[in-house]
Design a protein around this ligand. Structure first.
Ligand code: ATP
Length: 301
């Protein structure tokens, strides 16, 4: 009986996790391999994503037949650059990330990495090419060192500590009585949202993927934590194709390109200064968030 319960539990867990958001992609990948409609094609090739751009070519997609969420979306996240996706709540930002990860296939158009349609490559090679920093990192009930090193089972302690340093969590871990051997997760030390994101960044360093996908936390971190996380991310992102699903505009000011979407369509793109000058949706969202920030500052002053 236990044998039967286990997969059912896992499926229930998977469903809840997917429903919530991107959560922890790394952990979900294997579970999602059971989606029957997403299968490797016969003769699927191995993706080589080094130095590759990510391209949406007239992508259409809906979760059900009644409602289209992406309505002919085209954009390119250039190789080696940081591209931010912004737009009002419900515009389709997280859906873009789910399509890149091939949780679903588009109903029209194509998602390409380099020249390859991602439906034509093996899922294993697609996943190996993508480093995901999710909104909410799920930790294994194991040591913090294991949690950082698990994308690479033969990672040395040295590599794990260097990843911890790059993600700016090394000093925190060294300050714990058992250091990297400290148990975390439900039955161990509880980490804050910012600390968990740093663990996710350190994992990405260990994985060393050519493409980074960051789903920024919607819950506001304090501005010092946010600045620190951005600094470590920028370090890790340098030289890689980086896509940020941005829920707060303060974090996208330095992006090479900002893609503004509304109701599943691209409405503007450019860098922060271009878009402010255009005085369109981005400029309006920026003004709204600046006012909200100011109000927050006044209220807490
Ligand atoms: P937010 O900034 O609020 O996170 P978003 O721009 O990331 O929003 P998405 O999560 O991509 O928006 O959702 C786009 C639309 O698709 C929304 O209307 C949402 O209700 C719908 N949607 C998202 N996930 C599912 C799902 N699993 N099943 C059905 N509809 C969904």
């Amino acid at each position: 009986m236990m044998q039967l319960y286990q997969p059912l539990n896992i499926l229930g867990f998977a469903y809840r996790e997917i429903k919530q958001s991107l959560i922890d992609m790394e952990k979900m990948f294997d579970l999602l391999a059971i989606r029957p409609e997403i299968a490797d094609r016969e003769g699927a090739s191995v993706l080589d994503a080094k130095g590759a751009a990510v391209n949406f070519d007239d992508v259409r997609f809906g979760y059900g037949p009644d409602r289209e969420v992406l309505k002919g979306l085209s954009f390119t996240a250039e190789a080696g650059q940081k591209t931010a996706i912004v737009g009002p709540s419900g515009a389709g930002k997280s859906t873009i990330a789910r399509l890149i990860l091939r949780f679903y296939d588009p109903t029209g158009g194509a998602v390409r990495i380099g020249a390859a349609d991602i439906r034509s490559v093996t899922q294993e090679s697609l996943r190996a090419s993508l480093g995901v920093v999710p909104q909410d990192t799920v930790l294994f009930n194991d040591t913090i060192g294991y949690n950082i090193g698990y994308p690479k089972p033969d990672a040395t302690q040295d590599e794990i500590e260097r990843a911890g340093q790059l993600a700016q969590i090394h000093a925190f871990i060294e300050g714990l009585p058992k250091g990297y051997e400290t148990l975390v997760g439900e039955r161990g030390l509880k980490l804050s949202g910012g600390e968990k994101q740093r663990v996710a960044i350190a994992r990405t360093v260990i994985k060393n993927p050519p493409i980074l996908l960051l789903d920024e936390a919607t819950s506001a971190l304090d501005s010092e934590t946010e600045a620190g996380i951005l600094a470590s991310l920028n370090e890790v992102a340098s030289g890689r194709t980086c896509i940020v699903i941005a829920h707060r505009l303060s974090t996208v000011v330095d992006a090479d390109k900002i893609i503004v979407i509304e109701d599943g369509r691209l409405v503007e793109s450019g860098n922060h200064r271009d878009l402010l000058r255009e005085n369109g949706l981005y400029a309006r969202l920026w003004l709204q968030q600046s006012m909200a920030r100011e109000k927050g500052t006044l209220e807490t002053a």
